[in-house]
Design a protein around this ligand. Structure first.
Ligand SMILES: Nc1nc2c(ncn2[C@@H]2O[C@H](COP(=O)(O)OP(=O)(O)OP(=O)(O)O)[C@@H](O)[C@H]2O)c(=O)[nH]1
Ligand SMILES: [Mg+2]
Length: 497
């Protein structure tokens, strides 16, 4: 994947002499890597990337099986409060903060809720209302209180019903248990909807209603099919067959006088299996279902707060990155040999790591920041970003600046660009870090994760249009100390985003 993305840059617009110059300076500046040659480094970078991809997937899987208890949810609520406190000190719109605090209080109340909330959902006319009615009357004699809520019918494909669908999802998410009602085998849309619900860790029972419409032998087959299709999503015991409002049955009776009498005999609802499974779930851990619901709400609220906090911090971090990128540019411009001395720019980046860390509540000592900056520099080399950036910057400088600025311009602009990449990657990296109760000190860097961030930030920022703008902006910054570069007419005026 990485290789595919790099090729166009390599092929596009790099002159032979420039490439030779690049190779030469490459050998001078990074001796021990140099012997592999550029292609070797690229292969290394690609391999490294693939390795990370594989690893990140493994991490995600292991997260699934953490058993939920009250303490876990309480901790999550506490960490949500911590986030809100950070938001208050760092940005503090009092109105938003008090609203968020109110939501946290509600979550704590939620955690102690005794009554179970059950959503009844499914397509049009599958019998949702009937299920609610029968279940309510059965359950009225039980000690455990249930609140049943019918959602709007799903899968009605008219334009106006998008809101109904999302309302149904909302109700389902806020419930402890979802009864997904169907009147036979599942359609693909129903299956998809079930999958989506399951993906949010929602507890579901699949209810096969109207089973009276099938012959007794067919009923078993349909139930069997449903259970099979749910493999991996729901256990067999969570798929139940019922008849919430069975149709009347025509009864025929032969009279002693030889005549035949016929009448319709109403059938009573049969919710035995559903009711039985519900009792089991309640007995096994109704409270657990409530914790899970609360936890989902906490996660949603935390995400909201974190997004807001990240926005505030990014606004503070971006000007800082700009400051350091121009410092790096000036330094590399003034001292252009050796061309790719990433370690020289790293001396500046250490302070950037430290300052950005402070914004993201990660305190680093100078030596920690220095080693982190060095790690970043090494990663950039390994991933092949340094020489690629230098090449691209060089070719843009050549084709868009009429008077080709010789000497330190390529180094200066590249240093600025690489500093920017490093800074943006650090932002992405820090954003992901969990904020603990107190300010974290000297957390060791997760190098693999940082590498992934570098890679994705590089991909986002390598668009030619952006780079052209950036190069121009950088040349503008270097201009007072350099022979005044002339920009081609059509290119002037635009600046980097
Ligand atoms: N044969 C049979 N019919 C049923 C059963 N349950 C419900 N029905 C019938 O199905 C029709 C729809 O039932 P509702 O309970 O209104 O279904 P619903 O899913 O709430 O419908 P909407 O809210 O309009 O989407 C009614 O005519 C019910 O009598 C059942 O178990 N067997
Ligand atoms: Mg209804």
């Amino acid at each position: 994947m990485a290789v595919k993305l790099r090729q166009p840059i390599l092929v596009g617009g790099v002159s032979l002499s420039f490439l030779l110059w690049l190779l030469q300076s490459w050998h001078h500046s990074v001796g021990q890597v140099g012997e592999f040659g550029v292609l070797g480094v690229m292969a290394l970078g690609a391999g490294f990337w693939l390795f990370q991809q594989k690893n990140s997937k493994e991490i995600d899987f292991s997260r699934e099986s953490v058993p939920l208890n009250r303490e876990t949810v309480e901790k999550a609520i506490a960490s949500c409060e911590t986030l809100i406190n950070h938001l208050e000190t760092e940005a503090g719109n009092p109105e938003t903060i008090s609203q968020l605090r109110q939501q946290v209080t509600q979550l704590t109340t939620q955690l102690n809720r005794q009554e179970l909330q059950i959503a009844v959902t499914g397509g049009k006319s599958v019998g949702k209302t009937a299920v609610v009615q029968v279940l309510e009357s059965i359950w009225s004699k039980q000690p455990q209180r249930l609140t049943l809520k019918e959602t709007p019918a799903l899968f009605i494909n008219t334009d106006g019903d998008v809101t109904a669908e999302s309302l149904a999802k909302e109700v389902a998410l806020a419930s402890d248990l979802v009864l997904f009602v169907t009147a036979g085998d599942l359609t693909d849309t129903e299956l998809q909807s079930l999958r989506q619900l399951r993906a949010t860790n929602q507890r579901i029972l699949l209810v096969f209603n109207k089973q009276d419409q099938y012959l007794p032998t067919e009923r078993a087959t349909v139930l069997q099919q449903l259970r099979q299709r749910m493999t991996g999503l729901l256990g067999a015991e969570d798929v139940v067959a019922i008849a919430s409002s069975p149709a009347s049955v025509k009864v025929r009776q032969h009279q002693p006088d030889g005549s035949v009498q016929e009448w319709m005999e109403p059938q009573s609802p049969d919710l035995t299996l559903l009711s039985g499974r519900l009792s089991q779930l309640v007995a096994q851990g109704g409270q657990q279902l409530v914790w899970a619901t609360t936890n989902r709400a906490v996660v949603a609220l935390k995400t909201e707060v974190k997004t807001e906090l990240n926005k505030v911090r990014r606004d503070r971090a971006l000007p800082l990155i700009e400051k350091y990128q121009w410092i790096a540019a000036a330094a590399a411009f003034a001292n252009p040999v050796p061309a790719l001395d990433i370690l020289a720019t790293a001396a500046i980046s250490a302070q950037l790591v430290k300052d950005l860390g402070e914004i993201y509540q990660q305190k680093f000592s100078l030596s920690q920041a220095q080693s982190a900056a060095k790690t970043l520099g090494t990663l950039m080399l390994k991933l092949g970003l340094v020489e690629l950036s230098t090449q691209t910057v060089g070719s843009i400088l050549k084709s868009h600046v009429v008077t080709y600025v010789a000497g330190g311009a390529v180094q200066g602009v590249s240093a600025a660009y690489l500093t920017r990449l490093a800074g943006l990657s650090l932002i992405e990296y820090f954003q992901e870090q969990e904020i603990s109760q107190t300010t974290a000190t000297g957390q060791p860097f997760n190098i693999e994760r940082l590498g992934q961030k570098l890679q994705s930030v590089f991909q986002q920022n390598q668009r030619v249009a952006f780079l052209q703008g950036f190069v121009k902006q950088a040349v503008g910054h270097l201009a007072p100390k350099s022979p005044q570069p002339e920009l081609t007419g059509s290119e002037t005026g635009a600046t980097a985003a």
